[in-house]
Structure formats: structure tokens, C-alpha cells
Ligand binder design. Sequence first.
Ligand SMILES: [Zn+2]
Length: 172
Amino acid sequence: MEQDSPHNHYRSYSSGNHLRGIVLYIMSKAILNSCQYQNYRRIELIVVHCSATRCNSPTPLEAIIAWHQARGFATIGYHYYITRDGNVHAGRPLHQEGAHAAGYNRYSIGVCYEGGLLPDGTLADTRTPEQKDSLQKLLQRLKEDYPEARIVGHRDLPGVHKECPCYEVKEV
Ligand SMILES: [Zn+2]
């Protein structure tokens, strides 16, 4: 299916080489197609974020890791990161508490998509069709593996005064 080939993903991938594009695609599919359940932590919430970066400025996983490390985190604060090409990247291991939603990290999973800002810096839902598709599949996957968990947007949490993730998150 042309729509869903590694080559197609690679074409929309703005940095790295062909092999890297294929490896990331395979890893992404592996995440979506395997059980993500781990029994180390109770999970009550799946929180969706945007990276609050401009949609025309590529922000690979490595950039988020470096950014979060500069803020004093051990590594990336999210458990999953979805780049504009639709690839799902494994972030912080699921058995570890994330660093993405103050006051809610202990019992949650953090999922982030690349973007959230227009080129001029305006907050917006900048998700590509590939990101929407992967996000939907990942949330379905997580809901299957953590049926008790509620899916919410960062801004839906009490006490949060930002627009993240810049769209209305619904249950899957
Ligand atoms: Zn957020």
C-alpha cells in the first residue's frame, strides 16, 4: 500500500539518511503492533502534548532529549514522541515516571506530537495526516493495554493554563 510504505515515510522525513528513515519506520510499527503494558506502575491517565515548536522547524527526538536534559531531566520527559512524518519514537521507558505534566506524572503516560505552533509562532493544531493517524493508533494501542486509563489533553488537567496540545483530545 503506497500510503503506508517505508519509502513514503522517508520522503517526508526531513533529516537523516535513507537507512535511518527505514529503521525509524520499522521501530515505529513495532511499537504500534506490540503490547505496551508493563505492570510496574499504575496508569490512570494518558496525557497528550505538543512539543510547542514551530511546524516548519524540524524537531527530532534527539532535540527534545537535549532540551529536557538541559532542564535537568534524566532524559526526555515523554514516553512517546510522534514526529511530523508519523513515526512513533520510544521516549522514556514506560515503567519510569515521566516528566510532562506537573502533579500528574506518577500515574500517567506522556505522549507528545512534534509541533503545535505555526511558522509565525501562533498556537495551532499542526498535526500532519501521518501524525493524526499514528497518534490515533498509539492511543488505541495504549487504551487496549491500559483499559482503565483516561485519555486527556495536557490542557484538560486541572490547574493547567496553557493550550497544549492545541486540539480537543477525545477518548478513542
Ligand atoms: Zn503539554
